[in-house]
Design a binder for this molecule. Structure first.
Ligand SMILES: CC(=O)N[C@H]1[C@@H](OP(=O)(O)OP(=O)(O)OC[C@H]2O[C@@H](n3ccc(=O)[nH]c3=O)[C@H](O)[C@@H]2O)O[C@H](CO)[C@@H](O)[C@@H]1O[C@H](C)C(=O)N[C@@H](C)C(=O)N[C@H](CCC(=O)O)C(=O)O
Ligand SMILES: Nc1ncnc2c1ncn2[C@@H]1O[C@H](COP(=O)(O)OP(=O)(O)OP(=O)(O)O)[C@@H](O)[C@H]1O
Ligand SMILES: N[C@H](CCC[C@H](N)C(=O)O)C(=O)O
Ligand SMILES: [Mg+2]
Length: 494
């Protein structure tokens, strides 16, 4: 497209060079620059993208979007904030794919991956072609596209993925919207048809600093619903789906002028579960909605699974899907990889791998296990390095409170010293009376300790890494899969 067509939409800018040039692509990483692209320079947390404009031009960039003049031989568009306007360029240059697909966004601390998966499965059962963008992978009903590197990609990659999905014939896309994405304007320009809130509990205080700021970041999603620079793909009106049992929903309801559908267990809600019965192999409940009611028996367990099911139900109803299709899907779905996933190696005790890497999700996982466990509970848990440090003592405390034996170990230490991370976790439980815990820096050895001591009727929870197939130590990514490691050790111990 002619660069002039987009640049004319930008109010505050200085242009050096010609705008009458054809731009065929956009990129924000010089290492991925291609012939005829526009390179966007972001000032990052580690490096300044402005350093790489020359490299991008050598690779074929014909124009650059920058915050200060740079010394290169190509068109320069100089703006106060490249992050602010990059979405306008990305959507326009990549052909506005978001206008051709119906997008459902799910935000919240926990439950995004599970809820988007449930929504995707319901839409597929209703006969739609779907896309999914989230923590584990980016896939369509026609097949997997790729494993994810981020929950919500940066805007350029995100819009490119939307375009890829649209070109494959996808009609509906369910995507996770992280608080980082909202804060960094990664999802600007996407007109969500349904915006879902799961819950807000402590995480990411390294990035947002306070819970208030974290809550406000999520609130942006609802404040802007129906208020973006691209129109909705279909004729339906935007809907906010809010968790009536989370106090932040009241704030978010006042943030939006759009219709709101609430769901919950405790409080009165438009979509509600009553008579919740949690078992080891599933959960059942009575589902009441504004479109009828039904008894539901799911193969996924835990009270949190009921919340995810309710959020997905409310979203699907907002999209006009019939209740029986929703109920059939909820009953048929077996689970999501790494979420309360059982490892079966013929051992007499239960092994569960769960992606609980926040205090709240760990507490939910353990209270669920306590509801059905007849023996002892062993929890193997670590905390990620280069991430929120404040959650470390809290997670250890929760593990120790609900477990008979806690094994403090490494998650992804990244560039931090693994011993220091475990020290920070241990600080939360040092003074607790009557608890039993051990430390193993090696995650494999931590898992081995728990499995060696577990007996019939016991449950071993391996928390924090879920579906991950790697462990990041320093800057190296090693192969590591809790499920495979646990299965191998359990088999050896038979
Ligand atoms: C805090 C955050 O989101 N950081 C993101 C940010 O990193 P950064 O600001 O440090 O980037 P940088 O390395 O300084 O580079 C600055 C710019 O120079 C460019 N560059 C860099 C090197 C080079 O040779 N050429 C070049 O052009 C980079 O592409 C970038 O545009 O920009 C990078 C490039 O787009 C992202 O990869 C990076 O995400 C990192 C990997 C990350 O871990 N993000 C996490 C915290 C995150 O976003 N998580 C949420 C989920 C959270 C949750 O809910 O659980 C997510 O949505 O994934
Ligand atoms: N609705 C919920 N409320 C609280 N905890 C939940 C909920 N759903 C899932 N969990 C717990 O949180 C863990 C992560 O679930 P899920 O992957 O669906 O969340 P997420 O929001 O996508 O996480 P991430 O921020 O890492 O992408 C699960 O393994 C489970 O222990
Ligand atoms: N999306 C989360 C995932 C955390 C998973 C945990 N295993 C870790 O590495 O801390 C994050 O990037 O903070
Ligand atoms: Mg996720």
């Amino acid at each position: 497209m002619q660069l002039r067509q987009v640049v004319e939409k930008i109010l505050i800018k200085e242009v050096r060079g010609s705008l009458d040039i054809d731009v065929v692509d956009i990129c924000d990483d010089s290492r991925k620059a291609t012939a005829g692209c526009l390179f966007v320079a972001y000032r990052g947390g580690h490096v300044d993208g402005h350093q790489f404009v020359q490299q991008a031009v050598v690779a074929g960039a014909v124009a650059v979007l920058v915050e200060e003049p740079v010394d290169v031989m190509c068109t320069q568009i100089i703006v106060p904030s490249t992050r602010r306007v990059a979405p306008i360029f990305a959507h326009a240059i990549l052909g506005n794919p978001a206008q051709d697909v119906v997008v459902i966004g799910v935000t919240g601390t926990n439950g995004k991956t599970t809820t988007t998966t449930l929504i995707e499965q319901i839409l597929q059962r209703a006969g739609a072609d779907t896309g999914l963008i989230g923590t584990i992978e980016q896939r369509t009903s026609k097949g997997e596209l790729r494993e994810s590197t981020m929950t919500t990609p940066e805007v350029v990659e995100l819009v490119r993925t939307l375009r890829e999905m649209r070109d494959l014939g996808v009609q509906y896309i369910a995507m996770e919207v992280s608080s980082h994405a909202l804060e960094l304007l990664r999802v600007a320009g996407i007109a969500y048809r349904v915006a879902v809130f799961t819950n807000l509990t402590q995480d990411h205080l390294d990035f947002h600093e306070t819970m208030e700021a974290y809550g406000q970041a999520k609130g942006k999603f609802f404040g802007r619903l129906g208020n973006t620079f691209t129109p909705l793909a279909d004729q339906g009106l935007p809907v906010a789906v809010l968790n009536a049992d989370d106090p932040w929903s009241q704030v978010y309801a006042t943030n939006t002028v759009q219709q709101v559908v609430t769901y919950g267990i405790e409080q009165t809600a438009d979509v509600r579960a009553t008579n919740v019965d949690i078992q080891a192999n599933g959960v059942s409940f009575f589902l009441e909605t504004f479109k009828g009611h039904a008894r539901v028996s799911m193969q996924m367990t835990g009270r949190f699974s009921v919340y995810n099911a309710l959020a997905a139900t409310a979203s699907a109803l907002a999209l006009g899907i019939e209740l029986p299709i929703i109920v059939e899907t909820l009953q048929q779905i077996k689970g999501v990889p790494g979420r309360f996933e059982r490892v079966e190696a013929g051992q007499p005790y239960t092994i569960l791998v769960d992606y609980s890497h926040t205090p709240d999700s760990l507490e939910n996982a353990l209270t669920t296990i306590r509801e059905f466990c007849q023996g002892r509970v062993f929890t193997v848990v670590g905390c990620g390095g280069d991430r929120d440090r404040k959650k470390r003592p809290l997670m250890a405390k929760i593990a120790a409170k609900y477990s008979d034996v806690t094994v403090l170990t490494s998650d992804n230490p990244r560039t931090e010293d693994p011993e220091c991370i475990i020290d920070e976790m241990e600080a939360g439980i040092k003074d607790m009376q009557g608890i039993s815990y051990v430390r193993y820096t090696s995650r494999t050895e931590g898992i081995r300790y728990a499995l060696t001591h577990a007996k019939k009727n016991d449950v071993v929870l391996i928390a924090g890494k879920g579906h991950e197939t790697y462990q990041i130590i320093g800057t190296t990514k090693y192969d590591f899969d809790d499920r495979l490691v646990a299965a191998k050790i359990a088999q050896e111990l038979l």
